[in-house]
Design a protein around this ligand. Sequence first.
Ligand code: SF4
Ligand code: SF4
Length: 112
Amino acid sequence: MTYVVTDACIKCKYMDCVEVCPVDCFYEGENMLVINPSECIDCGVCEPECPAEAILPDTEDGLEKWLELNTKYSAEWPNITVKRDSPPDADEYKGKDGKYEAYFSPEPGEGD
Ligand code: SF4
Ligand code: SF4
């Protein structure tokens, strides 16, 4: 198994998760992060750190789409291990539905 980041992260990007990951397996897109499933050691410490509840274990039902997205983009986006400020409007997007369809960007983020 692995943990995956879902669309609850999109445009929230609080980045509390990157500080706690012992194997630095988060990767940064323009407006969300993903986990590299082959690097994640399933420790679970990032899950409760995420204010947007965007991180879930892939043993939960219905997460195949997010596992695929995390796998694909962690190979393309830069590694991120240090927390930066979240977007100023992050709280406005927290908990919104349909963020993937409305806002997902395949563009890479800055990384470290
Ligand atoms: S803490 Fe949650 S919302 Fe913030 S970047 Fe990590 S997964 Fe995304
Ligand atoms: S479960 Fe552990 S190893 Fe996997 S991404 Fe979260 S903090 Fe990193």
